[in-house]
Design a protein around this ligand. Structure first.
Ligand code: FAD
Length: 421
């Protein structure tokens, strides 16, 4: 008991997305005194509008060697899933240069090797977080179907499947219009090949899921505060002493920055320059759809996920490189609607909802997880396309590190100091 009391820390977690709430819950379960601060309601950042896929298979980064071949084509084609806010390009050039340097076979394999342990047991990690809690029903077991125009486009995607195979994932491939429609009747004639992975999972409403996790954290005795964090103060010994907000200051001996894309500004206050940019993503919800897929799908050509959620059929994805202070663009939404109409030609619906959010992306597609030096500040951000998937495990290992334990996983690839060497 004495040891337990000595280990108890006063922790402030900044940012209540999936990473922050997971961290706060695991810290609270370990007995720490935890305050979770967000400038808005929990779960309203990137964690709100994502595809809801527990993407254990998403080990291969956007920066595959094929990006050198695909990027110029994407930029010329109005039907491609890549958009650029050109006004922001000069500011993001250093990040872009580092990002493209990772588009080699050697680096891709290294990223796959590092991301696999973070992602491979994601469904179990979500279950560990929620089992026996009121939040249990948000997570579902499912398959995932990767949808292609035809077998030739599946074959053209061979590199991505080679990378997934390194992580132990091999699909069942179904080809032919009749066979595909028997499995997914919602699909139109334009898609005649699907590659199916078993043993996956999804969330039926990511925003509500995170909001409910925050309520569960409060029921555990944690404190949720709505305030904007302005600064982090350290004492003369370099140890964190408090987190300052627009409302109040919160004394602490440990702070965790889990503020998604906004972590960039917060860590800059601590003297760090983290190369991170927003891969802006969009969703369209088709309300009251006449058809839904039997399992979540990934439309490979259009680069968007399709998930039947509580509020309707959510089609979400595409990448728009740009500023996280600028508002949404019309073209990515129009593209999602065009692609969805082609993919699901018989589906009718009563209306649509639209959204944009910011994937926090590092040049090497890997998050930053761990301590920032020895002053009691930890970070968990930069999860790009897989933050929903990896949030609970990230929170669990952060709580272990803060409690002085050694997580049973090699975290060296996620070292927060790697960009400052
Ligand atoms: C279209 C789209 C589809 C996606 N699909 C998937 C998917 O299917 N599966 C998957 O795993 N991932 C997916 N992702 C990625 C995933 O959504 C993100 O990686 C993840 O949500 C990041 O979570 P987070 O907790 O790091 O950040 P966020 O959810 O953005 O949370 C950060 C929080 O910090 C708060 N904050 C920021 N600054 C401050 C401050 N100064 N003071 C107080 N609070 C602050 C914000 O208000 C916010 O609530 C998708 C993303 C997009 C955009």
């Amino acid at each position: 008991m004495a040891t337990l009391l000595m280990m108890t820390k006063a922790v402030v977690v900044v940012g209540a997305g999936i990473v922050g709430v997971s961290t706060a819950i695991w810290l609270r379960r370990a007995g720490h005194d935890v305050t979770l601060i967000d400038k808005g309601a929990p779960g309203m950042g990137a964690s709100y509008g994502n595809s809801g896929l527990l993407a254990q298979w998403a080990v291969d980064p956007v920066t595959s060697p094929q990006l050198w071949r695909d990027a110029p084509r994407y930029l010329m084609d109005r039907n491609s899933p890549l958009f650029v806010k050109w006004g922001h390009v000069p500011r993001m050039l250093p990040w872009l240069a580092r990002f493209m340097r990772n588009a080699t076979d050697k680096r891709t394999r290294r990223i796959v090797g590092s991301l696999s342990p973070l992602l491979r047991d994601a469904v179990d990690q979500h279950r560990s977080l929620i089992q026996g809690t009121p939040v249990e029903n948000w997570v579902r077991d499912s398959k995932i179907s990767f949808v292609y125009r035809d077998h030739a486009s599946f074959t053209a995607d061979a590199y991505s499947w080679q990378m997934k195979a390194l992580a132990g994932m091999t699909p069942t491939v179904i080809t032919g219009r009749a066979a595909v429609q028997q499995i997914e009747p919602i699909l139109g004639a334009d898609h005649q090949c699907i590659a199916v992975l078993e043993g996956q999972g999804h969330v039926t409403d990511p925003g509500q899921y995170v909001a409910s996790l925050a309520q569960y954290f409060e029921a555990l005795g944690g404190r949720v505060v709505r305030a904007e964090v302005r600064d982090l103060q350290k004492g003369s010994d370099g140890q964190i002493t408090c987190v300052e907000t627009d409302q109040d200051r919160f004394d602490c001996d440990t702070a965790v920055i889990t503020a998604g894309i906004w972590s960039k500004e917060l860590t800059r206050k601590l003297g760090l320059r983290i190369p991170m940019e927003a891969e802006r993503g969009y969703h369209v919800i088709f309300e009251n759809p006449s058809q839904t897929p039997r399992n979540p799908m990934l439309m490979v050509d259009g680069k968007f996920g399709v998930n039947a959620m509580d509020m309707g059929l959510r089609c979400s994805g595409v990448v728009e490189l740009g500023d996280h202070h600028a508002g949404p663009s019309a073209a990515p939404i129009a593209l999602l609607k065009r692609h969805s109409a082609t993919a699901f030609p018989r589906m009718t619906f009563s209306g649509t909802q639209e959204w944009m959010g910011f994937r926090p992306s590092t040049p090497d597609s890997m998050p930053l997880i761990g301590p920032l030096g020895s002053g009691g500040v930890f970070v968990g951000f930069g999860h790009q396309h897989v933050g929903l998937t990896a949030g609970p495990k990230t929170g669990r290992v952060l709580a272990q590190m803060i409690g002085g334990q050694h997580p049973n996983m090699d975290l060296s690839a996620f070292d927060p100091a790697r960009f400052n060497r």
